[in-house]
Design a protein around this ligand. Structure first.
Ligand SMILES: [Zn+2]
Ligand SMILES: [Zn+2]
Length: 200
């Protein structure tokens, strides 16, 4: 389902049979109620056929597969503990995290600081600017507030690629998801971004 070498997820496409898309082609990521272990996420993604399709992705595939971690593995970003290590990629990922590098990060505007996250913390994504950039709405795992950042596609797609500077919308978003969906696009195209350094 996730291919670590191409950093792409495979989904069904009604037009072409199969779609292989990067994380930055996702448009919405939402944890489905019910199955908590393992959690399942419903996603919408922009397909190469030109349409947007729904797909399902497990928590493992969303957060751990890009790091080379197999199903059922647990890696705590705060303590960098991983047991057992499955393969070299997972080993390398764990070493980098222990050395203070983070696979994904965003800038929490209410807290005025960068925070490490996993892809499951992204919940809205949209192409922005010249389309080489991606607007992301992220729910902060520490304070629970929502921030909108402007980043490169690599910042989203490639684990451990963190933009040295990211755009931050200077706006405190309402916590309620429907209101954020409404205001996300408006804020994204308002160009009221301010650059912040991301070194954690
Ligand atoms: Zn398609
Ligand atoms: Zn925060």
């Amino acid at each position: 389902m996730y291919d670590v070498f191409t950093t792409r997820y495979a989904f069904a496409c009604p037009e072409r049979g199969e779609a292989r898309v990067t994380l930055s082609a996702f448009r919405r990521i939402e944890q489905l109620p019910g199955a908590a272990h393992p959690a399942v996420y419903g996603v919408d993604f922009d397909c190469g056929c030109g349409d947007r399709h729904p797909g399902l992705v497990s928590h493992d595939e969303l957060d751990w597969a890009p790091l080379g971690l197999g199903e059922g593995m647990f890696l705590n970003l705060m303590t960098a503990k991983l047991d057992p290590l499955e393969d070299e990629l997972a080993d390398l990922a764990a070493r980098r995290i222990q050395a203070g590098e983070w696979p994904w990060s965003f800038f929490c505007y209410p807290e005025e600081q960068p925070r490490p996250i996993f892809p499951s913390s992204f919940f809205l994504l949209a192409p922005a600017g010249d389309r080489s950039r991606v607007g992301i709405a992220v729910r902060c795992p520490v304070c629970g507030s929502v921030s909108v950042n402007l980043v490169s596609a690599e910042h989203v797609d490639v684990p451990f690629h963190n933009d040295p500077e990211i755009g931050v919308v200077e706006h405190v978003f309402q916590a309620d998801a429907d209101r954020i969906v409404e205001s996300f696009a408006g804020e994204l195209y308002s160009a009221r971004f301010d650059a912040r350094r991301t070194s954690l």
